[in-house]
Ligand binder design. Structure first.
Ligand code: 8NA
Length: 487
């Protein structure tokens, strides 16, 4: 939106349209003395004095709205990022999973390792495989598989935008889109995650060329670079590009694991946890099978130690030696952890998982605020979600007491933001407008289900990128992942 700053600025009287002004813009009422009535004859005459008088001019209301919106997300972002975790938890809209409830790939239930055992560190203590809804993870950042407009859409993108609230859209709008393979970072707003790293994966549509592979690798590299640039220590990745964009699941998983492994190996002190957050059973099986190829106690560090040991004349690994027993024990524990995790995350997944192939957007309100199943220790219920459940159950028992509305969540308009209304299954006019505006801004906007998106939609997605490349000056914020991630 262009804000005029020249002689075409508006007269203060909102009922006149200047001969110079596009007729769809109006100025707010002036606080100045009553204005000269302008004669409406065959042509509208505008008193130049009004045009030039600085004292009577006020910014057009839409400009006021713009700067109000800017202040709104900036102020809310600053407020949220200054809060400690307990205070932030009061703002979460839905259920959340604390990081310490997400088992690492190799962690022991009760870590009673001695100083000596700690030395047998493996990268497997830095990664997790988690099956469930990424919007519930209480980590420093979750990664969004966005499209080049960054204005929301469907799939995980739609979920994240709905869970974060409308301020995420406002901040994304200020970022001027994002190119394929790059990444930009925003606040997480109503999400349990402090930040959202938006990355745009390649559109593969089933066939994977070198450029698609390079772009997908670049998504992980740029996202991890933004983590480091912003001193963030825990991140969760969805399976980027494997949904609507059609990148085959297995090659995508290998790229994700390889890039994450190499990056963690060179930045071990900069990161506490990288979580591969899968949503579909297909991906869960693939990652379960492949995690140990990249992250298991007998890779990297142990492998180097073993190699080192072999260099010192110990040419044959000792069969059944202490190390092998330790590895066997670790593998057995991995299996146990994974099976335990299966049960627990199964419950979590059941809460947030639509049957395969359907957009999670379709999940109903009660699934989002349903209290965790008994025995499902990994999901906490936020105060807001608890209240919703109470109201729901009261409704169910037919006790229609008027408890008034939820206390407004910070940053939400009175009566709840459009997304909140959508989440509470009350798609009102505002909610539909938000949905429409997202659709109108984003050719890739969600249709609710995850349809087979016609090529022209995806091409539109790409044309949006090329259009942006030609028009947009590189007005991204510092550290928005536009620099080469290799640096
Ligand atoms: N054009 C459309 O109608 C449409 C529809 C759906 C999704 N999208 C989105 O898809 C495009 C990007 O494609 P993509 O394949 O990279 O993304 P995607 O289609 O969202 O799929 C990426 C992966 O995320 C998984 N996923 C979905 N919801 C969640 C969740 N809540 N938590 C964790 N994982 C989840 C999904 O199962 C898949 O494995 C963007 O345009 C974005 O808006 C667009």
């Amino acid at each position: 939106m262009r804000v005029l700053s020249d002689c075409r600025m508006k007269p203060s009287n909102p009922n006149t349209t200047s001969a110079f002004e596009p007729t769809n813009r109006r100025a707010p009422f002036s606080t100045q003395p009553p204005l000269l009535a302008l004669s409406f004859s065959a042509h509208i005459t505008v008193s130049l004095g009004l045009l030039n008088s600085k004292t009577s001019y006020q910014k057009p209301s839409h400009h006021g709205t713009m700067s109000k919106k800017k202040k709104e997300w900036r102020a809310e972002k600053e407020r949220l990022l200054s809060l400690g975790v307990e205070d932030r938890r009061k703002d979460y809209r839905g259920n959340y999973v604390p990081l310490d409830k997400i088992p690492t790939w190799a962690n022991h239930d009760n870590n009673t390792a001695t100083e000596e055992e700690q030395k047998s560190f493996s990268l497997a203590d830095k990664v997790s495989l988690y099956k469930g809804d990424i919007t519930t993870l209480e980590v420093d950042a979750i990664v969004n598989a966005a499209n080049s407009s960054l204005l929301g859409g469907g799939g995980v993108d739609g979920c994240i935008h709905r869970a974060a609230g409308h301020l995420l859209y406002e901040e994304c709008h200020s970022l001027n889109g994002c190119d394929t393979g790059k990444a930009k970072i925003t606040c997480g707003y109503d999400l349990p995650a402090k930040y959202v790293i938006h990355t745009v994966g390649p559109i593969a549509r089933g066939n994977v060329g070198q450029s698609q592979r390079d772009d997908l690798e670049s998504c992980y590299k740029y996202s991890l670079k933004l983590m480091k640039d912003n001193n963030l220590r825990s991140v969760a990745f969805p399976c980027i590009s494997t949904g609507i964009y059609g990148f085959p699941n297995e090659p995508a998983a290998e790229i994700a694991l390889k890039i994450a492994h190499d990056w963690i190996q060179s930045n071990q002190d900069e990161i506490d946890r990288v979580i591969f957050c899968v949503f579909l059973e297909t991906d869960y099986e693939i990652y379960k099978r492949k995690m140990s190829d990249f992250f298991s106690p007998d890779n990297d560090d142990h492998k180097n130690e073993k190699d080192a040991g072999m260099e010192e004349g110990n040419t044959e690994p000792v069969e059944g030696g202490e190390e092998d027993d330790a590895d066997k024990k670790d593998d057995k524990q991995d299996e146990e952890i994974m099976s335990q995790q299966d049960e627990s995350t199964e419950d979590v997944t059941m809460q947030s998982q639509e049957p395969e192939g359907e957009s999670p957007d379709a999940k109903s309100m009660d699934e989002e605020t349903k209290p965790p199943e008994k025995g499902d220790a990994t999901v906490e219920v936020s105060p807001t979600a608890k209240k919703k459940v109470e109201q729901e159950s009261e409704k169910d028992t037919g006790k229609k007491e008027d408890k008034g509305e939820d206390p407004p969540v910070a940053g939400e308009e009175k009566g709840g933001s459009p997304e909140k209304k959508m989440q509470t299954g009350q798609p009102d006019e505002a909610g539909k407008q938000m949905e429409e505006s997202t659709k109108s801004e984003d050719p890739g906007a969600d249709t609710g289900q995850e349809p087979e998106v016609p090529m022209e939609v995806l091409e539109a997605d790409q044309s949006v990128t090329t259009a942006k490349e030609s028009n947009t000056s590189n007005s991204t914020k510092d550290g928005q992942g536009d620099k080469n991630p290799q640096e």
